[in-house]
Write a protein that binds this ligand. Structure first.
Ligand code: GAL
Length: 973
């Protein structure tokens, strides 16, 4: 026993480690005994790697006064701050770039666990009959069992095994693990995420009986031309392979070909089998499928697939990257229920159980290696470990640990070398090794724009126009690249409100064969539950360097509630397209699956009269094959008698599936039968005139301040501060990322002063030609709205009229001066007394928020919600909650009808408050509900990392006219 050493050279050694077993295939279970060592462990934290010697690893050491942590877990997320704190950086290393050295301040957690072998654990049969497995430790661990130093390893999100049979005792085994937060390995793990040290995945002791299975490779291909599958299991330990359902019983290494149902993400057919060696029976879940690069496309079972994917980091708001099985399953179910068909495991191999779920439920997986060296971009990639031979063994070790572990998953259809690691010989070596070890899967890596090492052309955040150029072969590039499909491994940055433009991307993906879809960035916000802040993001733990809320850029909020972005994505990628047919009274239904026909779906049709549903009926749609479409006659529409009538067709699961119940909505479409009738103008010609009385003016049911022309009450309801509004609390996409080369409007809006517009009253006219008020039946208030210090402004005229019951506000806007930026929004806002506001009812788009380029999922209907529920809880507060295409809305005793339709927003605080808030907990409802009725909104785009809104979604100042008719609320509407 060589204790009392503090040698820590291994920490800064570029080699992958010492003492571990070669990587091998992973399987969920077998009949060999295993013992989970998850649970409560003793923890002693030190500030440096060498602060303590290794006496703690010796049997008999008294750790009674140490703290405790839960394994799997990250110590910084336990102990209420007593064990240090998480830190977030996007690409900057949070330590000096001085490879392979790491700071002397290197939080080091000594972990101790004493365990007995359970009853029935087979008696020791010599040296090699047990393996100790670590599924994930960040970032470097040294391990002792019963006082013997058994080795150390790096590669945080990869498995590492040690042979420990010779060291085990029936009882009182002492497992000691020293974990260093920083190591040479950290240079290869610069992913955009929290730095979270700890033993964050399972620790397991595995019995390895004599004759147990070693590594094995399940080759299960599918010949789409013959309908036959070929199975061959190559196994280090020979044995037999049985698949009872197929009558297969063959020796390992022996191929067998027979008719099978293929596996695909849409039809995840698995066959249960067994690999039986002399000493072990390993259950197999076999999916027959063939991935091939053919005709410049990635094809599975002979068909080009369209990836409707997401980038998934492992995340839980309390446990970080230590995910429990339920959370993993929830991710898969949420993906399936939102029509997602693919996952890129950004940017490391996930917990192995996640891939079992992908096999079972059906998701295409791009399995990505635990490699990112993005911080080297700061020095133009000089000294990049991926182009330095000294690091190549570590890179190859990582590639092998991923491929060997995950190679038997049918869901894995591509290997990815890593992310944002520049280019270099190390990456080429990884690609070469992977190609030779598994020629049956393409290799992906985004950083390789010439596609020297890769089999798909992968890019991130390409603007729509650029995607189209590639699609049309106009982008040049290497000869090899021109023959490959384009996959956007990241696009549509889902940070805060957004991403915008999804539907426009999808239209391109569907139009051009060369485009095989993409993966939205990213699945979930990595907010950390925090007692005061709600969810914490970068900087909230006092980090020296950080990237703020750039870590909250997911389609799910941290608690896994879908954000509007996910609802939008679900609609955009729906596998059935339902749109108005060519002939009146028909609907065109198109099957957009790659493999499945429509027999699993049933269709309903209903009609809405002024948004109110009048009966739903089954609609007979033929079981169309992929790519086929049919025009189907709709049931006769009800007579709307001058009302607006539309149809809604929904595609629902006919039967319960493993991922959703019968009746789950997969897709929907709507169309107009009759259009919205004209909104009656209230006032002109009615003879109702403004009447001045002291400081007040009365006009029908409205009263005004005679001096300013400001409206005070409408139908007895107090109305506060009604005026033109152009400001919105800038979204992350408005603000853009600092490195964005293109114009970022958020900062320009602020620079121009759009958040502090001044309103100058030019005239208040109560009628008579002489006063310039036109017909004398209106109250006309002329103003100029402009920011201090600038010549740009908006001439705004509010024209109020009434027929005695209704009161109409017509707003006309004329820009003055040269406008060089679009407007955030254009409309009016006013306040209502919060104590009487009550719930909001509206006829228009809903139920969730929508903006010009995020409105695919906005469904026309009648909706009702409380004001708090109209708010979208973006982790960093920002503009949110607009409802699109609103015909009328009712709240606080008022009914508001728009001409034309408008964007409706109501919040219990002002936009200014929203703008100033850093966390949701900064927002406290006030006494006033602030209502925005917008004629137009600027698009959302994706500029927090990608391109801004497409030009057609920009809101440029131009002459505009819009009006609203106010009346007392009608009660039932
Ligand atoms: C990409 C990167 C991701 C993430 C994203 C922005 O460049 O690959 O890891 O940082 O940008 O959220």
């Amino acid at each position: 026993m060589s204790l009392r050493t503090t040698a820590t050279d291994y920490v800064e050694d570029v080699s992958p480690g010492r003492g571990t077993l070669p990587p091998r295939a992973r399987y969920a279970s077998s009949d060999a005994a295993s013992l989970s060592l998850n649970g409560r462990w003793r923890l002693r934290l030190s500030a440096t790697a060498d602060a303590e010697d290794d006496a703690f690893a010796a049997p008999g050491y008294d750790a009674g006064d140490w703290a405790e942590v839960t394994v799997p877990g990250h110590w910084v997320l336990q102990g209420d701050g007593a064990f240090g704190a998480p830190a977030y950086t996007n690409h900057l290393y949070p330590f000096p770039v001085d490879p392979p050295y790491v700071p002397t301040e290197n939080p080091t957690g000594d972990h101790l666990r004493v365990f007995d072998l359970p009853e029935g654990w087979p008696a020791p049969a010599g040296g090699d009959d047990a393996v100790l497995r670590f599924d994930g430790v960040e970032s470097c661990a040294r391990v002792w069992l019963n006082g013997t130093d058994i080795g150390e390893f790096k590669g945080s999100r990869l498995p590492h095994e040690f042979a420990v049979g010779a060291l085990l005792k029936p009882a009182g085994n002492v497992l000691a693990v020293r974990v260093h937060q920083w190591s040479a390995g950290s240079y290869l793990e610069d992913q955009d995420q929290w730095w979270l040290p700890g033993i964050f995945r399972d620790v397991t002791l595995l019995h390895r009986p004599a004759g147990c299975a070693g590594d094995f490779f399940v080759h299960a291909s599918y010949g789409h031309a013959t309908g036959e599958g070929t199975l061959r299991v190559d196994s280090e330990t020979g044995g037999r392979v049985t698949v009872p359902e197929l009558g297969i019983d063959v020796a390992t290494g022996e191929p067998v070909t027979l008719p099978v149902d293929p596996w695909s993400a849409e039809t995840p057919r698995l066959y249960d089998g067994v690999l039986a060696t002399a000493g072990e029976r390993v259950p197999l879940r076999i999916g027959f499928r063939t991935v091939a690069l053919e005709d410049g496309l990635v094809k599975v079972n002979g068909k080009a697939v369209l990836f409707k994917g997401v980038n998934r980091h492992e995340w839980h708001p309390e446990r970080g990257r230590a995910l429990d099985p339920d959370t993993m399953r929830e991710d898969v179910l949420l993906m399936k229920r939102h029509n997602v068909n693919a996952v890129r495991t950004s940017h490391y191999p996930p917990h192995p159980a996640f891939l079992d779920l992908c096999d079972e439920y059906g998701l295409w997986v791009v399995d990505e290696c635990d490699v990112e060296t993005h911080g080297f971009v700061e020095q133009d990639w000089r000294d990049n470990p991926t182009d330095d031979d000294r690091w190549t063994p570590a890179l190859l070790d990582r590639a092998a640990r991923m491929v060997e572990r995950d190679k038997n998953h049918p869901s894995v259809v591509m290997w990815s070398l890593g992310n944002e690691a520049g280019t270099g010989r190390g990456l080429t070596a990884m690609a070469d090794w992977i190609h030779s070890r598994d020629p049956a899967r393409p290799v992906h890596y985004e950083g390789d724009h010439d596609c020297r090492d890769t089999d798909v052309y992968s890019r991130m955040y390409l603007p729509h126009a650029e995607v189209e150029r590639v699609a049309r072969g106009l982008d040049g590039g290497s000869r090899r690249r021109r023959d490959l499909p384009l996959v956007l491994c990241e696009y549509a940055h889902a940070m805060g409100n957004g991403p915008g433009g999804l539907a426009d991307y999808q239209a391109l993906f569907e139009r051009y064969d060369r485009l095989q879809g993409g993966f939205v960035w990213e699945w979930i916000d990595h907010g950390i539950r925090h007692p005061e802040l709600g969810y914490a993001y970068g900087g909230d733990f006092g980090e020296e360097l950080h990237d703020g809320n750039f870590v909250c850029d997911g389609l799910l909020f941290p608690d896994r509630t879908p954000s509007p972005g996910l609802i939008e994505y679900k609609k955009v990628i729906e596998p059935v397209r339902i749109e108005a047919g060519d002939a009146a009274g028909t609907v065109r239904v198109t099957n957009r699956y790659d493999f499945a026909d429509l027999s699993a779906l049933e269709f309903t049709c209903s009609h809405q009269v002024d948004g109110r549903t009048a009966g739903a009926r089954r609609l007979a749609v033929p079981p169309l094959a992929p790519g086929e479409s049919a025009e189907v006659e709709l049931p006769e529409a009800p007579d709307g008698e001058g009302a607006e009538v539309h149809w809604t067709v929904r595609a629902l699961l006919a039967d319960t599936t493993p991922w959703a119940g019968a009746g789950h909505e997969v897709a929907w479409g709507q169309g107009a039968v009759t259009h919205r009738p004209a909104v009656p103008a209230a006032g002109p010609g009615s003879g109702v005139r403004p009447v001045a009385d002291g400081g007040r003016i009365t006009l029908g049911p409205a009263s005004f301040d005679a001096r300013t022309g400001a409206v005070r009450t409408i139908a007895g309801v107090a109305v506060e501060g009604l005026r033109l509004d152009v400001w919105r609390a800038t979204t992350d996409n408005d603000d853009g990322a600092p490195w964005q080369p293109d114009t970022r409007y958020g900062p320009l809006w602020r620079e121009l002063g759009l958040h502090r517009m001044r309103h100058r009253t030019v005239a208040v006219e109560t009628g008579g030609a002489g006063s310039g008020g036109g017909d004398g039946e209106a109250l006309v208030v002329r103003t100029r709205v402009a920011p201090a210090g600038r010549e740009q402004g908006l001439g705004v005229t509010y024209r109020w009229s009434s027929d005695g019951t209704l009161v109409q506000l017509a707003v006309s806007v004329v820009p003055e001066g040269g406008w060089t930026v679009p407007l955030p929004r254009l409309g009016i806002r006013f306040g209502l007394d919060a104590s009487v506001t009550g719930s909001v009812r509206w006829f228009g788009g809903g139920p969730g928020e929508a903006y010009p380029d995020t409105s695919a999922a906005s469904r026309l209907g009648r909706w009702e919600a409380e004001v708090p529920d109209l708010q979208t809880p973006y982790v960093r507060p920002q503009e949110n909650g607009a409802r699109a295409d609103v015909r009328w809305a009712e709240l606080g005793g008022l009914r508001i009808e728009g001409d034309p339709v408008f964007w409706f927003t109501a919040r219990p605080w002002t936009s200014e408050r929203l703008d100033a808030a850093r966390h949701l907990t900064d927002l406290v409802p006030g006494d006033t509900v602030w209502v925005n009725l917008d004629h137009a909104q600027h698009g959302i785009g994706s500029q927090s990392c990608g391109p801004g809104p497409l030009p057609r979604y920009e809101l440029w100042a131009g002459p505009a006219e819009f009006s609203f008719v106010f009346s007392g609320q009608r009660g039932s509407g």
